[in-house]
Design a binder for this molecule. Structure first.
Ligand code: RIB
Length: 307
């Protein structure tokens, strides 16, 4: 049986600039292309959940402008319920400036705009969505107090919480950790959350242990083209991913998160859910842009990913 997903997060219009290599500080480089593509970690994850078959409703804010309208429309086309997205007057829609180099790597600067209006009061107005949801999914591009409120409320209602800690905060209030069922940092985010600076496999194990000690129930560390590392109190494993030629890694993590939650919402066990999410993200990186790159369910099912 398919259960309900509530995604609370950002919507951004991505201004994507293609270039051979990223400028160094003080350097000017010539770009190859400029495109506007619907994005935002929250919206991308909701889009992935919906496009892959999840029953997802989005809470988030846009400005009263053409970009906001385009973002809501894009998410509607993905199949998400957008009826509760708030349009804020006299504030611009969130924007992200994204540099993508010839290898497909990116650098992103987000200007939050209307995302700052995704407040506790707005979430409280939609408490019925918390009550109806089975899975509550969050990232960190909206005000932190709204994220923490949502996690506390989800805890009271005994809902399953999935936190993608991106961009990584310096830390979380102590009592929040134990209310997180699944946390999905990439390796850099894990290092920051666990106060480490040197990347290594040992650091990833140490970081995952630290989050488990703080009370998180399941840790999934996304490792890009290497796959995902999983750890809980009873087991740990590594789930590799397909080798593909990446053209743009923007929103690969979002695609992973949205796909993972959709699989969980269908009752698929965590290891297979991770394999499904890896497969979805492996398609996303072969396409340009955020929401534009997210595959359909039929495309993921066509891959032999081990479900
Ligand atoms: O994760 C990719 C997303 O990060 C982009 O779509 C951009 O809007 C930023 O939120």
């Amino acid at each position: 049986m398919k259960r309900k997903i509530l995604n609370i997060g950002s919507l951004n219009m991505d201004m994507v600039i293609g270039m051979q290599y990223m400028p160094l500080e003080g350097e000017t480089v010539l770009g190859d292309s400029l495109t506007y593509i619907p994005g935002g970690k929250g919206a991308n994850q909701a889009c992935a959940s919906a496009r892959l078959g999840g029953d997802v409703v989005m809470l988030g804010c846009v400005g009263e402008d053409s970009m906001g309208e385009a973002l809501v429309e894009s998410l509607r086309e993905c199949g998400a319920d957008v009826s509760r997205i708030r349009t804020v007057r006299e504030v611009p829609t969130g924007t992200a400036v994204i540099y993508v180099n010839a290898r497909g790597d990116n650098s992103i600067v987000v200007v939050g705009g209307a995302n700052h209006f995704c407040t506790v009061a707005y979430l409280q107005e939609h408490d019925n969505l918390f009550q109806e949801a089975d899975y509550i999914m969050l990232q960190m591009e909206i005000p932190y107090d709204a994220v923490f409120y949502a996690i506390r409320r989800a805890g009271e209602l005994k809902k399953t919480v999935i936190l993608n800690p991106a961009p990584a905060p310096d830390g979380l209030p102590e009592e929040i950790w134990e209310k997180i069922d699944y946390i999905t940092p990439n390796e850099t985010e894990l290092l920051k959350l666990s106060g480490q600076t040197q990347m290594s496999m040992e650091a990833i194990h140490k970081g995952a242990d630290l989050l488990l000690d703080r009370g998180v129930k399941h840790v999934l560390v996304t490792l890009g083209d290497k796959g995902v590392f999983y750890k809980d109190r009873g087991e740990e494993w590594f789930c590799p991913t397909r080798t593909v030629t990446a053209v743009d890694t923007t929103a690969a993590g979002d695609c992973f998160n949205g796909a993972f939650v959709t699989a969980l919402s269908e009752g698929i066990p965590v290891r297979q859910a991770a394999a499904f999410a890896n497969a979805a993200a492996s398609i996303a990186v072969t396409r340009r842009g955020a929401q534009k790159s997210i595959p359909l369910r039929s495309e993921v099912d066509a891959l032999n990913y081990g479900l």
